[in-house]
Design a protein around this ligand. Structure first.
Ligand code: MF3
Ligand code: CO
Ligand code: CO
Length: 274
């Protein structure tokens, strides 16, 4: 273990002795590892920027998959979703009442007024970076525009709130539920963010419905996603039995999601993927 990690380990042991819930050392990354995740993040951001320039009404979600796949491969990177636990495509595309894990298809055509989440995860030199954005196709109804905006604000508020050595993981969930409730929306309860970087999904699990001051302390070296899924109506969701992936709202009202990969550092947090 290098001296940088040794120092964090010592601090964590002291805090643990004071009965503060602290992360395991396996959740702490070195500066070198964070540099690697940042590089993967730059490619990931390039992919989402490219999608953002090309997405339009009349295109299929399969075409989005092609854009993501080709950009990734041409940058000597690997699209993490492809073949992940049997997922058949290189990106998740989730339209309207689809909450997450939508599978791109030639038969699915974007139309004016749709809202869509494009969730991209890139592996570069063994490092993983994960992010998603919402896109509004043309002009959507006001409630859809509000849902997309509020979900983005929620993610940004979570990021702003984090103070290294002071915030706890549960603070994130408290912020999400408060903002959703204030706007008449609900937060998906059983799918959350995750540690990321050396693998696709690592510890800790990041709940968007937790209580403040609960969960592990947020300390330098932790890298995880924040990715709230916010519903226009009820919070309940179900998984498509036929494809085994697509998650939809039970009331078939709209759902939105934004995701960043962030790193906790000594002087604050860094967003590694936009
Ligand atoms: N990118 C998603 C996340 O944010 C996970 C997608 S898993 C896949 O965690 F297999 F559907 F790609
Ligand atoms: Co993702
Ligand atoms: Co994620």
């Amino acid at each position: 273990m290098n001296s940088e990690l040794e120092e964090i380990k010592k601090k964590l042991e002291e805090l643990k002795a004071q009965h503060i819930l602290v992360p395991k050392m396996s959740m702490i990354k070195t500066k070198e590892q964070i540099d690697g995740i940042r590089e993967a993040g730059l490619i990931n951001t390039g992919i989402l920027d490219t999608v953002s320039l090309q997405i339009h009404a009349g295109m299929s979600t399969e075409e989005i998959n092609t854009i993501v796949h080709n950009y990734t491969i041409s940058h000597n990177a690997i699209p993490a979703p492809l073949n992940y636990e049997g997922f058949p495509k290189s990106v998740c595309t989730s339209i309207n009442d689809v909450v997450c894990h939508g599978i791109p298809s030639k038969k699915e055509i974007l139309k004016e007024g749709d809202i869509i989440n494009v969730d991209v995860t890139t592996i570069y030199k063994g490092y993983y970076a994960d992010a998603s954005r919402m896109f509004i196709i043309g002009k959507a109804k006001p409630i859809a525009e509000k849902l997309v905006r509020v979900t983005k604000e929620m993610l940004d508020e979570c990021v702003k709130s984090i103070i290294p050595w002071k915030s706890h993981l549960g603070d994130i969930g408290e912020i999400c539920t408060r903002i959703a409730r204030r706007n008449g929306f609900s937060v998906v309860e059983n799918i959350g963010g995750h540690g990321v970087g050396l693998d696709f999904h690592e510890d800790p699990y990041v709940s968007h419905v937790a209580k403040a001051h609960t969960g592990v302390l947020l300390v330098p070296g932790m890298v995880f996603t924040i990715e709230p899924m916010v519903n226009e109506g009820r919070s309940g969701v179900y998984q498509d039995l036929f494809d085994g992936w697509t998650v939809r709202t039970i009331d078939h009202k709209l759902s939105a999601q934004w995701e960043y990969t962030i790193a906790v550092k000594e002087d604050g947090i860094e967003i590694l993927t936009h």
